[in-house]
Design a protein around this ligand. Structure first.
Ligand code: SF4
Ligand code: SF4
Length: 388
């Protein structure tokens, strides 16, 4: 692009250098905008948020940039990246624009306490470090030592959020039942940093990630199991650049292998119809589609429905890219779409494998007043229900 076309060439180039390497590949075809889940909602964000326009504004050094609704609406779901004919990584581009604004001091009000809590306590839940293991309660949870095979890294959401703690407890119960060598580190850990990086807080991400890498190395960690696909993504794809090379898997990958090897068996007939929601960060971002389905197939008396928008075409719960910390008005929530998709398949349980998805979709069930028709559960919770 020439300087004549670009009124702020230095700013556009600076955004590109911050990680928006494909910013100038965009030819403004608009396929990203057309395929974005915001087009499926009816409200102000749908009217304001336009992925194609953001790429253009980035190229122009943010000329014409107007509102936070436009920039912080993106949930980093990856649908547009999968569909772009020019291989533009709109997520990296939007993240870099957010980074530039954050460096200039622009942080949306709702993110400020999150940034403060992560800086002070290493978690986004405004809680102290000593409560990081509050999810354990009366469970038998081993401490990680050099003789342990797997570190179970519990996502901050499942450490602190009361609903999500049940997911961590279910995963721990299953690991114990299958006789896996596992343990936790606990209070010394910090947030993986995935979502805070997506809102442009690069320095904070690096601090959190480097702290975890040093901690994991000091404990002799080689293999990690994550409870969240977001932690999986960042450990597998972003930590290696900072010197953190670990063998990482999502808990559904390990459970699928344990079931295959006959080490985990569910005997109780659940007599349920469930619909499976592919989390963006497990599916599109980490290419894991089969393992959770294999795990669900091992549940006795359970009919698993494939929703119309599934696998690579799954739509977001609305919680990625930092949106889990932002209020989305009723009627504009992606979770509402997923709940209605599941109800259309006569499912009584909408099942998923990500703490963000559980929170967002459960909020939609309540918001839609459908809690007598459908529940939201994590795969691990269903497995525990089916243990004899
Ligand atoms: S990012 Fe890709 S899909 Fe979107 S307008 Fe640009 S070229 Fe088209
Ligand atoms: S990543 Fe998802 S929410 Fe963000 S612009 Fe692309 S399709 Fe829309």
């Amino acid at each position: 692009m020439s300087d004549a076309q670009n009124p702020e060439p230095e700013l556009g180039e600076a955004i590109a250098e911050m990680g928006a390497e494909t910013l100038y590949w965009c030819m403004q075809c608009g396929l990203c905008t057309g395929g974005c889940p915001w087009r499926l909602t009816d409200g102000d964000i749908n009217k304001e948020f336009n992925a194609r326009k953001l790429q253009h504004q980035g190229q122009l050094g943010l000329e014409g940039y107007e509102s936070d609704n436009n920039l912080f609406a993106c949930t980093t779901c990856g649908l547009c990246v999968a569909r772009c004919p020019r291989d533009v990584n709109a997520i990296d581009n939007i993240r870099s624009i957010r980074m530039m604004l954050a460096e200039g001091g622009t942080v949306p009000q709702s993110y400020r306490p999150i940034v403060g809590s992560l800086t002070d306590n290493g978690n986004p839940w405004m809680e102290t470090r000593d409560k990081r293991t509050a999810w354990i309660k009366d469970l038998d949870v081993p401490t990680y030592t050099e003789d342990t095979e797997y570190l179970l890294y519990v996502c901050c959401t499942s450490c602190y959020d009361a609903r999500s703690q049940k997911i961590a407890r279910a995963v721990a119960t299953l690991l114990n039942k299958a006789g896996v060598s596992w343990g936790i580190i606990g209070e010394e850990e910090s947030c993986c940093g995935e979502s805070i990086r997506k809102i442009g807080q690069e320095e904070l991400f690096t601090t959190l990630a480097e702290g975890n890498i040093e901690l994991f190395k000091s404990k002799g960690v080689k293999k990690i199991i994550t409870t969240s696909p977001h932690c999986l993504y960042t450990f597998a794809n972003e930590y290696p650049e900072l010197g953190g090379e670990f063998e990482v898997q999502h808990y559904t990958q390990l459970l699928a292998a344990l079931i295959r090897d006959g080490k985990l068996k569910m005997d109780k007939d659940l007599d349920l119809t469930v619909a499976f929601h592919d989390p963006c960060y497990l599916g599109r971002h980490c290419d894991i589609y089969q393992d959770p389905r294999e795990v669900l197939a091992a549940l006795p008396g359970t009919r698993v429905m494939e929703m119309t928008r599934n696998r690579e075409s799954s739509i977001c719960c609305g919680g990625g890219g930092g949106r889990v910390w932002m209020e989305t008005p009723p009627g504009e929530r992606f979770g509402d779409l997923r709940v209605n998709d599941a109800l259309a398949h006569d499912a009584s349980v909408l099942v998923t494998t990500c703490p963000y998805c559980t929170i967002m979709m459960e909020a939609s069930v309540l918001g839609l007043d459908k809690d007598e028709e459908i529940a939201v559960k994590d795969v691990a919770e269903l497995l525990v229900d089916a243990l004899a």
